[in-house]
Ligand binder design. Structure first.
Ligand SMILES: [Mn+2]
Length: 432
């Protein structure tokens, strides 16, 4: 009998599906969390028979179990551990360890892809194009390569995995891969995936209006409270707000928070590390400690959420040659305009700020990051332009009055229109 101990995420269950395809009813599979594996392996080793073959995929065993597995291997040669995590590379010291982080061409491996190649090499599984497609979707999802390649099917496979039970998922996939020439979702799966996608979209749209931005520890952070869809939320908010260093997603109920970034130079595992958490450079998490609560919940509580940029404008358009207007909660009017090619200025409440920018996006980055402003609606833009125009005319008139001689008077108008004198008195220069 084969015994497979594997992770309970998509990559781990991918290995389970391959094992079912290869060994049929000659395999027992246990899906484990990272913390639950060692107990299961230990229990197995207490009862194992000599002809049992134990395979561990996508997870590492403890030092103690490593010793025990090595003993078991010496007697039977029936042990294999296959993993793709850097932290597991030391298992390669053993004959039964197979740990590889990336392929020769630089692409990242997944446990499912390594296990697939292992089974084929051992002639325990016939390669087919549907299995190959499935394995590649799992690999792309597990390594985040799907994002770069915009591989929606990989993302949807993982969504489906979380929408139905592991048993149901395993059964569906095994059947599909045995019967179909190429991998695709069936009608039912497509339907529930579409529904889920709409639901996520609505959720993200709502959350977008709740995000506040502030500086914490010198980093510009977007903060949002959410219970679910952290990946989608972090991703969308990050892409929409490139002026933010990272997004913090808080769940006060479970006293946890997670961090996401799309910035090359930001490592959010460092941020999580400060509060006793960890993770990857682009996605991490930590407990919501009292200190973190102060910084991320209590202090930003007064801040009004950022508003999204106006999106139905005809006149106030980003990067317009005639300039465009931004607004914030402090009632600042921020006007961005080019003064020549590759040189943009910003006026804040009618005063030019002390520096200029080499591109519109650089100027916008500054406005959003340091003034928490959004693109104003057309109505505000027109009001701003007309106010500015009137003020300019008035200023010129005041100036003109001071140098009366230089002012050219058009008698046709003046004879009809009363003129307001700078003293405030109305005067009619020509009485008839
Ligand atoms: Mn994995």
């Amino acid at each position: 009998m084969f015994y497979l101990f594997t992770h309970n995420d998509l990559d781990g269950v991918g290995c389970g599906i391959l094992a079912k395809l290869a060994f049929k009813d000659q395999v027992r599979i246990r899906y484990n969390s990272v913390g639950g594996l060692d107990f299961q392996v230990e229990r197995f080793l207490e009862r194992a028979k000599n002809d049992d073959f134990i395979i561990v995929t996508d997870l590492s065993v403890s030092e103690k179990n490593t010793e025990k597995l090595n003993e078991f291997y010496k007697n039977s040669s029936k042990v294999k551990l296959i993993d793709h995590h850097k932290t597991a590379l030391h298992f390669n010291e053993y004959d039964w360890g197979l740990v590889q982080v990336e392929y020769d061409n630089g692409r990242l491996t997944a446990a499912t892809s390594l296990f697939y190649e292992y089974l084929i090499k051992n002639k325990q599984l016939e390669p087919t194009s549907s299995i190959e497609q499935f394995v590649e979707l799992v690999r792309q999802y597990d390594t985040w390569e799907w994002e770069k390649n915009n591989n929606e099917a990989a993302k949807r496979l993982n969504d489906l995995f979380f929408m139905i039970s592991i048993d149901d998922f395993e059964e569906r996939m095994v059947q599909r891969l045995q019967q179909s020439d190429s991998f695709s979702f069936d009608e039912f799966e497509t339907k529930i995936l579409d529904m889920e996608e709409n639901k996520i979209e609505r959720y993200v749209r709502r959350k977008r209006r709740e995000m506040v931005q502030t500086f914490i520890d010198g980093k510009c952070v977007g903060i949002v409270h959410a219970e679910s869809y952290h990946s989608e939320l972090g991703n969308e908010l990050g892409k929409e707000n490139p002026h933010l260093d990272y997004i913090a997603i808080l769940n006060v109920g479970s006293k946890k928070m997670s961090f996401r970034t799309i910035q090359e130079d930001i490592d959010v595992s460092e941020v999580a590390g400060q509060f006793g958490g960890g993770g990857h450079a682009k996605a991490s998490g930590c407990p919501l400690t009292e200190h973190a609560y102060q910084l991320f919940v209590a202090e930003p509580f007064q801040i009004e959420p950022m508003r999204p940029d106006a999106f139905r404008n005809q006149y106030n358009l980003k990067a317009a040659e005639k300039g465009c207007l931004y607004q914030n909660h402090y009632e600042d009017y921020i006007f961005v305009y080019p003064i020549k090619e590759d040189l943009w200025n910003i006026d804040r409440n009618g005063k030019a700020i002390a520096r200029s920018f080499q591109s519109f996006s650089e100027a916008e980055f500054y406005i959003k990051r340091y003034h928490s402003a959004w693109l104003a609606r057309d109505e505000q833009y027109i009001e701003y332009l007309s106010d500015t125009l009137i003020r300019t005319i008035k200023e010129q008139q005041l100036l003109g009055r001071k140098n009366d001689e230089t002012l050219e008077i058009d008698h046709r108008f003046i004879s009809y229109d009363p003129v307001i004198h700078p003293t405030g008195q109305e005067e009619r220069p020509f009485s008839h």
